[in-house]
Design a binder for this molecule. Structure first.
Ligand SMILES: Cc1ncc(COP(=O)(O)O)c(C=O)c1O
Length: 395
């Protein structure tokens, strides 16, 4: 049996792949430290768990409307009003099975064969694959390290063609942790408005900001930009709810309505229990969100210094999210490898430290480390990398 062309070039998610490999080694009895995962290491807050149990006991275990429970849409609307100062109607919101599913559904409904989507590099691994699955064409624009891995307005202008349909903005970024300023967003937004390019604004790391940095949604900067933007967000990273699979999209009614129709034929609805849990996440106290943010920030401050001292590693300080994204090609070469992929493989096999090679993010010379793990393990991991570099330096 031959598989459909659609999936013939589909590669598995690099991050999930490395996490699985590390788990296999762990199961085989090896002391592996995994810095590959993109999820908070904290439990989901207790009041959210209680709400889920309550929902089950009350029998809220049936189908819900495809676009999500009205009560949850109301909470999302309140959240967007409170945090972004934007007013949305329920018809402008769809609840999805994680932010990933919101993005997937969005690309399915906006792209025709050959439509181009501008994706700044380094990018989150799933954007290109999702665009290709919708028969779109990813157009990569390099966010250069000297510009904090962000694209400039000139770069954006140069990459536009008559086929350009959308621009993806992910701020704070996975994998770089960098944030677009209000001024940068205004400049990019102006060009998108002039060329009728839909802005896909992935704000999943919105709550994880450090050193006093601020997050702006491009949609909040003018009523025109609100109309031109689909916000993607959810509770996975903010409330440590990755496994509950709740995310959402907010924006233009026609697009949201098409997404809801598609969902009605593909997934029916996000899990009812998870939706009730998410209502509690938004209604309840937000102090645990802040507690987790503070924990990530103190880990970042410790681990960033240590990592930058290892020969061959060079890292800009991230402003948000929970990843470090150092340039590691020099370290790879010092260890006798031509590329970072082979270096990462050796680190896993020899030192039992799992990192994600930058190739999965469209930045071959870099490597991603997640610091969403205990400080103790992080320090051990960095020590192992440093020891490995000391060993290869002697050779
Ligand atoms: C940039 C970015 N967008 C979206 C997602 C998907 O989030 P969710 O788990 O809610 O599907 C992730 C998860 O790693 C991410 O890093």
């Amino acid at each position: 049996m031959k598989l459909a062309k659609r999936v013939s070039t589909l590669s598995p998610s690099t991050t999930l792949e490395i996490t699985a490999k590390a788990k296999d080694l762990k199961d085989a009895g090896h002391d592996v430290i995994g810095l590959g995962a993109g999820e908070p290491d904290f439990n989901t807050p207790a009041h959210i768990l209680e709400a889920a149990k309550d929902a089950m006991e009350k029998g809220f275990t049936k189908y819900t409307p495809s676009g999500g429970l009205p009560a949850l849409k109301k909470e999302i609307i309140n959240k967007l009003q409170h945090d972004q100062r934007i007013t949305y109607l329920p018809s402008e919101i769809i609840v999805c099975i994680g932010a990933k599913h919101a993005l997937y559904t969005l690309f399915q409904v906006i792209l025709d064969k050959g439509d181009e989507v501008i994706i700044p590099t380094p990018y989150w691994v799933s954007y290109p694959e999702q665009v290709k699955l919708a028969e779109g064409v990813p157009v990569y624009v390099e966010g250069k390290e000297e510009n904090q891995f962000k694209i400039t307005v000139e770069q954006l202008k140069q990459s536009i063609t008559p086929k350009t349909k959308a621009l993806v903005i992910n701020s704070p970024s996975n994998p770089t942790g960098m944030i677009y300023t209000k001024e940068e967003l205004l400049e990019l937004g102006k060009v998108c408005l002039e060329n009728d390019i839909l802005i896909v604004s992935d704000e999943i790391y919105e709550k994880l900001l450090y050193d006093g940095n601020k997050h702006f949604s491009i949609a909040e900067l003018s009523p025109e930009l609100k109309e031109q933007t689909i916000i993607i967000n959810g509770v996975s990273k903010s409330h440590s709810m990755t496994g509950w699979r709740i995310g959402y999209a907010a924006g233009n009614q026609m697009i949201i309505s098409a997404m809801t129709n598609l969902a009605s034929h593909s997934t029916s609805n996000p899990t009812s229990i998870s939706q009730y849990a998410t209502i509690a996440a938004y209604q309840g106290p937000q102090d645990e969100v802040e507690m987790m943010r503070k924990a990530f920030e103190s880990r970042l401050n410790i681990i960033f210094e240590k990592l930058n001292k290892i020969p061959g590693f060079h890292c800009l300080k991230p402003q948000g999210a929970f990843y470090l994204f150092p340039k590691a090609i020099d370290a790879a070469k010092m260890a006798g490898f031509n590329d970072v992929d082979s270096f990462v493989k050796a680190l896993l096999e020899e030192e039992k430290v799992a990192l994600v090679p930058g190739s999965g993010f469209g930045a071959n010379d870099y490597v991603r480390l997640s610091y969403a793990t205990s400080l103790d393990l992080l320090e051990k991991a960095v020590e192992r990398i440093a020891n490995y570099m000391a060993k290869v330096a002697i050779k």
